[in-house]
Structure formats: structure tokens, C-alpha cells
Design a protein. Structure first.
Length: 310
């Protein structure tokens, strides 16, 4: 009996420590939703060049790491942070591997790791064929990159993309936010989120499906081409939206609100079970469809929330 109580107590302590770690690690968000900005992580006094005179076209990361990928004068990997937390870096067959440093034995600590980050630089005349990995509680930012394929997972960190061209983007983010802001072009993508919010601005999405269980999706000045948004309890809000071919938004309990660009040639379809459908200020009933010859469509489906197109 005493042994069972002791085990249960230890599990509770571990859970509280991990919760505190996650809270501290995200104490300063990477994404500023209010001002539609993406900021760098905190700077650190200690900077170490982990590898030099290298070349790579593929990157793999693993562990609770804050990662920045950006253009530079040459290939490089710089670590900012405490020496005891310095990650392991390897290069083999054109693949750069970065793994979190894990001390031997049981060593649970709580620290604000926003002061620790890995900066990966790629020359302006070079591109990445692949970027993959799981950053756990860490944050991630890619800026001004061309990436053929990106596959990234995160437990509780934020993911920010700015001025990138990505042929195929796959993201699985449980509790963090995602910002795709400032002149990104995604040719194809699949994004899954649990509790975080998604922010899109001044970018283009093609052939992309985005699933968000409990968070909101906020869109400004976006071009969408054959894009599907699926929400459960969050709200979908879009301003100055341009649709090529088809936009499909499906929601269960949240509201869908779309403001189109002026003089937009587009067909509208709205279906609602229990909420209202409003088109240009008028209630149009539970099912509404416009007629025309254009191939551009917006389809809003909802169960309990409202649909509105302005």
C-alpha cells in the first residue's frame, strides 16, 4: 500500500514539473497575434559555432529545442545557451542531425529555455531538400527559405513561417500556435492542431488541408487555392480573402466569418444545422447557394455556429 502511494506521489510530482516546464518554456510567445508579427526568440550572451566548413541539404531535429532556420553567408549551426544543454550535432550523407542533450540518469529540471536556441544558416544560393523532426516543447521559426519538403511535430511550442517557399508542408502541433505570415507560398500542405490558434497573413496556400480541434483560425490578405479548413470548437475569421478554385470551411460549434476582396467573382454555398447563415447583411436561411459560371467557390458548413459572408 505504501509503495503504491509513493509511486502515485512521484507521478504527481513529475506531472507538475513537466507542466511548469511547459509554462515557463512558453512564457514569451514567438508569435504576436495582435500585431501580426513573428519575433525571434530571446538572445543569449553565450554563442558557440557547433560545426563549420559543412554542407547539407537535409535537416533532422529531435528534442525540446528552439530552432531558427534562415539564410546566411554560409552553412552553419550556432548554439546560444548554457553549455550543459548544448545539443549534439552530426553530419552524414548530406544530412544535418541535431539532437537534444539528455543527461544520464533521472534529471528533471525546470528552466526557461527561451534563452537557448539553435540557429541554422543556409547560403542564399542554396535550398533545403528536406526538413523534419519533433521539437517537443521548443519553438520553431523558418525565414526566407526554399524547402522542398517539411515535416515538423511540436508538443507545446509555437511554429512560425515567414517569407518561405515550401513545396510540401506537414505540421502536427498539439498545444502551440502556428503563424504563417509575410509572403509564404505553400504548394501543398497538411496541418493538424489540437488547442493552439492558427494565424495566416500575406501568403498563398495551395492544395492544403488544415484541421484545428479547439483553436481559432485567423486569416488576413490570403490567397487560397483548393484549401480545406476543418474546425470543431474554434472560430474561423477571414479578411480580404481571395479564392482560386475552392475554399471549404467546415465547423461544428464555432462561427465562420468571411470578408471578401471587392469585385470578387465567386460562387457562395452555405449550409447550417442550428446556426444562422448571413450573406451581405441578410439572413438567407439554413441553405443558400449563388449561381454563376465562375469556377471559384466558397463553401461554409456549420452545425451549431453561424456562417457569415461580408
Amino acid at each position: 500500500m505504501k509503495k503504491s502511494i509513493l509511486v502515485g506521489f512521484m507521478m504527481l510530482i513529475v506531472g507538475l514539473l513537466l507542466t511548469g516546464y511547459a509554462y515557463l518554456n512558453n512564457g514569451e510567445n514567438l508569435i504576436n497575434a495582435k500585431n501580426w508579427e513573428i519575433g525571434f526568440l530571446k538572445d543569449s550572451k553565450r554563442k558557440v559555432m557547433l560545426v563549420k566548413n559543412i554542407k547539407f541539404s537535409k535537416v533532422s531535429v529531435n528534442g525540446d529545442l528552439n530552432i531558427i532556420v534562415k539564410k546566411g553567408t554560409k552553412f552553419g549551426v550556432v548554439y546560444q545557451g548554457e553549455k550543459k544543454d548544448q545539443p549534439t550535432v552530426k553530419i552524414k550523407d548530406d544530412l544535418l542531425s541535431i539532437d537534444e542533450h539528455k543527461p544520464h540518469g533521472v534529471n528533471i529540471t525546470i528552466s526557461n529555455s527561451t534563452n537557448e536556441q539553435v540557429i541554422i544558416t543556409v547560403p542564399t544560393d542554396s535550398n533545403l531538400q528536406e526538413f523534419s523532426g519533433d521539437i517537443g516543447f521548443g519553438n520553431f521559426k523558418a525565414e526566407n527559405m526554399k524547402i522542398k519538403r517539411m515535416n515538423l511535430s511540436s508538443g507545446d511550442g509555437d511554429i512560425a513561417l515567414a517569407e518561405n517557399q515550401i513545396d510540401y508542408l506537414k505540421i502536427n502541433n498539439q498545444d502551440g500556435d502556428i503563424g504563417i505570415i509575410n509572403h509564404n507560398k505553400i504548394k501543398q500542405g497538411f496541418i493538424i492542431m489540437e488547442d493552439g490558434d492558427l494565424m495566416l497573413k500575406d501568403s498563398q496556400l495551395n492544395k492544403t488541408t488544415i484541421i484545428n480541434a479547439n483553436g481559432d483560425i485567423d486569416v488576413n490578405d490570403i490567397i487560397v487555392n483548393d484549401v480545406n479548413f476543418k474546425l470543431q470548437e474554434g472560430d474561423f475569421t477571414a479578411n480580404n480573402l481571395k479564392v482560386l478554385h475552392k475554399l471549404n470551411v467546415t465547423n461544428s460549434d464555432g462561427d465562420n466569418e468571411v470578408k471578401l476582396k471587392k469585385n470578387t467573382d465567386i460562387l457562395i454555398g452555405m449550409h447550417n444545422e442550428d446556426g444562422d447563415n448571413t450573406y451581405l447583411g441578410k439572413n438567407v436561411g439554413s441553405d443558400y447557394n449563388t449561381q454563376g459560371k465562375t469556377s471559384n467557390h466558397i463553401i461554409l458548413n456549420n452545425n451549431s455556429g453561424d456562417n457569415e459572408i461580408k
